[in-house]
Design a protein around this ligand. Structure first.
Ligand code: EPZ
Length: 428
């Protein structure tokens, strides 16, 4: 769409139902190729990463229809070479390795793309697939994998990688034999993928824990599955309320999945009420923002790295200093420079940022450089005078419509075609 124009100082109020989870939907779409029967995925978010996945699976030979939040996939015959150009545009394309080995016995694909938040190698993906019977070669800018049928095996993750675990699980569900995976990622998105695969007939034990066991089955069948709410999008709007002040309700989200975010927001003085029965979170903020001295991101259930930029934006308004360290990705502080351009007092050093809170920010013209950083600039603008956020295509990778959601909660925010800066001379 272009750029977002935000006039801050409005308190937020009202209720929204959160979109389906991007990081659950993407592996589930890939996993739908593991059967030649029809799969129906409800509450699938209408975001550009999902549209990319749709293009890739269509070019692999699957029939894929996406309408009103429901994606229907039928993967009869599949090719083994996903479209290189699309694969290079985002990280989730790496998830086709396990699926194609299982369905076709081979794959040829480029290294995946994705937000520039770190080196993001795929060595754990490759090591784990090798341990379950695949032969994989890396030839400069291609990865080639083949197997005469995956056999199962044992792999201990050097680090609890979300994507590598998803890949290896998808390869193992129809392997001949048992697979035992240790030091696994415990993110809710792993649980969602395993629920989906179990509904297709897979035999997976221990999802959400450090050890997962998979007994290979002959074949998987079609199913229907509803994607749970997006915990990072919900956390983004919770942080928005902490910045703008007000009283909001977010529906369609499992509150326990955001415990680490809720705990931090409560420390800053927000009142957060959760209801596990109605799947709702209520945030009340009177605008006072006590400082939190230190925030470290880490693998689930620690504070999520995907909320690091958003909590940095909130910290720009704390009544004190906050030290933030992202232990997951080594280069995820780019948003700090854009927040500084808005007037925030932030120092970036080799292993983190120090944010000294201010009563308000001026705003200005800033650029999104990655998905979550872009969202962080939008919510930071809710406490500033007047802000234009450019390059919003990054935000559209993971948020269905951040303008729609925040406007529904009372923010003064609108889309505009890039460069149409008619009225801003009085503000910028
Ligand atoms: C998933 O990325 C998410 N993406 C990311 O969300 C999220 O930040 C990340 O998990 C961590 O929770 C999707 O699910 C599509 P990792 P992924 O493998 O799987 C290193 C967003 O904003 N590593 O858990 O790529 C890696 O470099 C996105 O929605 C290796 O060294 O993350 C990183 O330092 C951003 N070798 C750490 O592990 C590997 O083979 C965690 O990465 C794989 C990973």
């Amino acid at each position: 769409m272009g750029e977002l124009v935000i006039r801050g100082q409005n308190r937020l109020s009202g209720k929204i139902n959160i979109q389906g989870s991007k990081n659950s939907a993407l592996p589930i779409i890939a996993a739908a190729l593991l059967t030649d029967e029809a799969v129906v995925i409800d509450n699938c978010p209408a975001i550009s990463d999902v549209f990319h996945m749709q293009k890739i699976i269509s070019r692999l030979g699957a029939e894929c229809i996406f309408k009103d939040g429901t994606m229907t996939i039928s993967a009869g015959r599949l090719s083994s070479a996903p479209d290189f150009e699309y694969c290079r545009q985002f990280r989730a394309s790496s998830l086709f390795m396990g699926v194609l080995l299982s369905r076709t016995g081979c794959f040829v694909m480029p290294y995946p793309g994705g937000c520039h938040i770190g080196s993001r190698p795929v060595n754990f993906h490759i090591d784990g697939l090798r341990k379950t019977g695949a032969q994989i070669e890396e030839t400069g800018d291609e990865i080639i994998g083949y197997c005469g049928g995956l056999t199962g095996g044992e792999y201990v993750f050097p680090y609890p990688s979300v994507g590598a675990l998803e890949n290896i699980i998808m390869g193992a569900v129809c392997a001949k034999g048992k697979t035992v995976l240790k030091n696994c990622a415990m993110e809710p998105e792993i649980v969602d993928l395993c629920c989906f695969l179990t509904r297709m007939g897979a035999k997976i034990y221990g999802a959400g824990g450090k050890t997962i066991e998979i007994e290979g089955v002959e074949k998987l069948h079609g199913c229907r599955y509803t994607v749970p709410g997006d915990r990072i999008a919900a956390g983004t709007y919770m942080a928005a309320c902490a910045i703008a002040g007000g009283n909001i309700c977010i529906g369609g989200i499992k509150p326990r999945r955001l415990d680490a975010v809720t705990n931090i927001l409560r420390k800053t003085g927000c009142h957060v009420f959760t209801d596990d029965k109605t799947d709702e979170i209520i945030v009340l903020s009177d605008g006072r923002r006590k400082p939190v001295a230190y925030i470290r991101t880490g693998p689930y259930p620690e504070f999520p790295t995907d909320m690091q930029a958003q909590i940095m934006a909130a910290a720009a308004y704390f009544s004190g200093s906050c030290r933030i360290w992202d232990s997951v990705f080594e280069n995820r502080y780019m948003t700090a420079y854009e927040l500084k351009a808005m007037g925030a007092d932030i120092t970036v050093d080799t292993d983190g940022v120090t944010v000294r809170g201010l009563p308000g920010l001026a705003g200005g013209r800033v650029k999104a450089h990655d998905l979550r950083g872009g969202a962080a600039l939008v919510i930071a603008a809710l406490g500033a005078d007047y802000t234009v956020v450019e390059q919003c295509r990054y935000i559209e990778r993971g948020y269905e419509d951040i303008q729609r959601d925040l406007e529904q909660l009372g923010a003064d925010i609108r889309w505009r075609h890039a460069g149409d800066g008619t009225e801003e001379s009085e503000f910028l």
